[in-house]
Design a protein around this ligand. Sequence first.
Ligand code: HMG
Ligand code: MG
Length: 314
Amino acid sequence: MTDGLPMEVSVPGLPARVRIHEVGARDGLQNEKEVVPTEVKAEFIRRLADAGLTTIEATSFVHPKWVPQLADAEDLFPRLGGLGDGVALPVLVPNERGLERALALGARRIAVFGSATETFAARNLNRTVAESLAMFEPVVARAKEDEVHVRGYLSMCFGDPWEGKVPVHQVVRVARQLMDLGCDELSLGDTIGVATPGHVLALLARLNEEGVPTSAIGVHFHDTYGQALANTFAALEHGVTTVDASAGGLGGCPYAKSATGNLATEDLVWMLHGLGIETGVDLDRLSATSAWMAGQLGRPSPSRTVRALSPKES
Ligand code: HMG
Ligand code: MG
């Protein structure tokens, strides 16, 4: 029996607070075949904010044919007013067209999304790696002019389903290029969930050597091989304080075969609170939100913590 909270035992050297970058409404839902009604998405985001999450990636301004699930971005985004000044709602933007659409609705945080590998750049963006960086250049420049915060995602940092192992130097080269465009933050994507902790530490160390400070780095682990929490712990030990996660462990990438859900936010919060690390999140409310969303999607949440905390039939 537990009271729904882990016992708190801290580890010296870990950060006192972690900012969770919640991606359930974007990364989590983008792969769902059945289109989720816009009002359900809005309710999901409102509930995530009520549970204490303060960075909630809301949607993507991509080509609607490429990600039909998020084709309602124009309808969804304006419904999210009133969540409070403390809640940031970043959106994905691949190109100038996407940026125009996002700015027209008042978005203040955007994310461009590059790839460390050529195959994923071609499949996800219809571009080479160099062409995609060229596509992002005016997007980042314009966003900076408008004082809009820019995150640069980098996918396939630890392995690629078509190209296999991805050398660290290749990842670091594209990461450096993304930062040189002017991104404020870099999110290291383990798109297919193959990373292990030593690999994470090696990449972080090389990025630091190339002048990318740990304070600008977030980690984005999918949990395909069950390594996401171990990888997160390694990143925390290195000093990372921004961790991406998806409520209930929803997710996958429509353009990366074998990608499963992201690290579940509840599993992350259970570990962080057990370590005495502040998140601002109310785990019960969050878990109830994911259970509700699982009901909307018609299948149980893959998050172990959501399942453990859900009321049992007696
Ligand atoms: P393209 O077909 O090369 O587009 O796609 P284009 O630039 O040739 O333009 C073709 C037409 O699309 C034009 O219309 C454009 O206006 C229109 P036309 O002149 O022919 O009538 N168009 C748009 N319409 C609306 N919004 C836009 C837009 N852009 C062009 N933004 C493109 C290139 C980048 C648009 C396409 O490849 C795309 O939308 N890709 C998005 C794929 C995606 O969203 N993937 C999932 C997110 S990445 C991810 O999940 C990984 C991550 O989680 C990290 C990790 O796990 O690793 C972030
Ligand atoms: Mg992802």
